[in-house]
Design a binder for this molecule. Structure first.
Ligand SMILES: NC(=O)c1ccc[n+]([C@@H]2O[C@H](COP(=O)([O-])OP(=O)(O)OC[C@H]3O[C@@H](n4cnc5c(N)ncnc54)[C@H](OP(=O)(O)O)[C@@H]3O)[C@@H](O)[C@H]2O)c1
Length: 287
């Protein structure tokens, strides 16, 4: 097995397949991202999506609203996107301003356009192993496991983090009775006791904490496989800042049998999986 589980070869294949399918069939998928207020990090993320979308023939546009948009106004805007036949995916950039009720807004998005997979209908479908949209980040982790032929069946997998967008869907996906499932899954969080001892038992560790370099090399089992979902900005003497994961990458490298780098790992595959969902939405909406 390759030790460094890099995204590059895998996303190259995904983007090539997407492009071919879209061009060969004359498809015109479109994703609209709802942005509320100005947020440089969100804008950077969106710019990247626009660029990647363009390469494969997916139009990615944004709808920018003022931070003082009301709940009713936003729900009306979502209704318009729901009924626009030229829009196939609708995505809400988070976090939302405090005065907005996120769960009502997510509920308003047509589940068939919910490419993030956050609508309760899609969450339910995921848990019940039924067809629907799978959130891009846990889906990216599965894609990495599949691409690098990492066996999950019967394996002790520890997921650190229980968020609605990563940890919970991740754990449910790993429990599925399929080629990237059948694992024995333990989910840890901030109230977990004896975290180090639990991680030490894991043949595969999936870290989604949001705490830079939190998982130390000595917490890992020898030969473990590490999938690092974390993306954390830290200070860097030369560049000002840089990104690191939730796991001590360098110190763990000799100890583990494989590990995803940050950047260049899960994050890059996540973008590709999101665009894949947009194509899926297009095909759903066009029968
Ligand atoms: N690569 C990508 O595409 C991608 C996508 C999404 C997120 N991310 C990154 O993944 C990380 C997690 O994101 P998220 O949205 O899931 O974050 P989140 O909503 O903040 O959830 C973090 C989870 O980690 C748990 N946690 C926090 N401190 C802990 C500790 N000391 N010990 C054990 N568990 C602890 C929290 O426990 P509690 O539930 O008890 O609070 C929570 O369940 C972030 O770095 C984020 O930037 C990357």
């Amino acid at each position: 097995m390759t030790k460094k589980l890099i995204a590059k070869p895998l996303i190259k294949q995904i983007y090539a397949d997407l492009k071919t399918e879209i061009i060969d069939n004359g498809f015109a998928p479109k994703l609209v991202i709802i942005l509320i207020g100005e947020d440089p990090a969100a804008e950077y993320y969106v710019q990247n999506l626009v660029k990647k979308g363009k390469k494969v023939g997916i139009e990615v546009t944004t709808k920018l609203f003022n931070v003082d948009i009301t709940q009713t106004q936003l729900l009306t805007e979502i209704e318009k996107l729901n009924s626009d036949a030229n829009v196939h995916g609708v995505m809400l950039q988070k976090p939302l301003p405090k005065h907005l009720d996120e769960s009502e807004i997510v509920m308003k998005i047509n589940p068939q356009k919910d490419v993030d997979g956050f609508h309760p209908l899609n969450v339910g479908n995921l848990v019940l192993d039924r067809e629907g949209f799978i959130p891009s980040t846990p889906n990216a982790v599965l894609e990495i496991l599949k691409y690098y032929e990492i066996e999950t069946s019967g394996k002790n997998i520890v997921v650190i983090g229980r968020s609605d967008i990563v940890g919970k869907p991740m754990a449910n996906l790993l429990l599925r009775k399929n080629e990237t499932g059948n694992a024995t899954v333990t989910v840890c969080h901030s109230r977990t006791q004896n975290l180090s001892a639990i991680i030490k038992q894991a043949e595969i560790v999936i870290a989604a904490i949001g705490n830079p370099l939190f998982v130390k090399a000595d917490m890992l089992k020898d030969g473990a496989i590490v999938i690092d979902v974390g993306v954390n900005q830290i200070e860097d003497a030369k560049k000002g800042y840089r990104y690191v994961g939730d796991v001590e990458y360098e110190a763990s490298f000799d100890k583990v049998s494989a590990i995803t780098p940050v950047p260049g790992g899960v994050g890059s595959v996540t973008t590709a999986m999101l665009l894949k969902n947009v194509l899926k939405a297009y095909k759903l909406l066009h029968g």
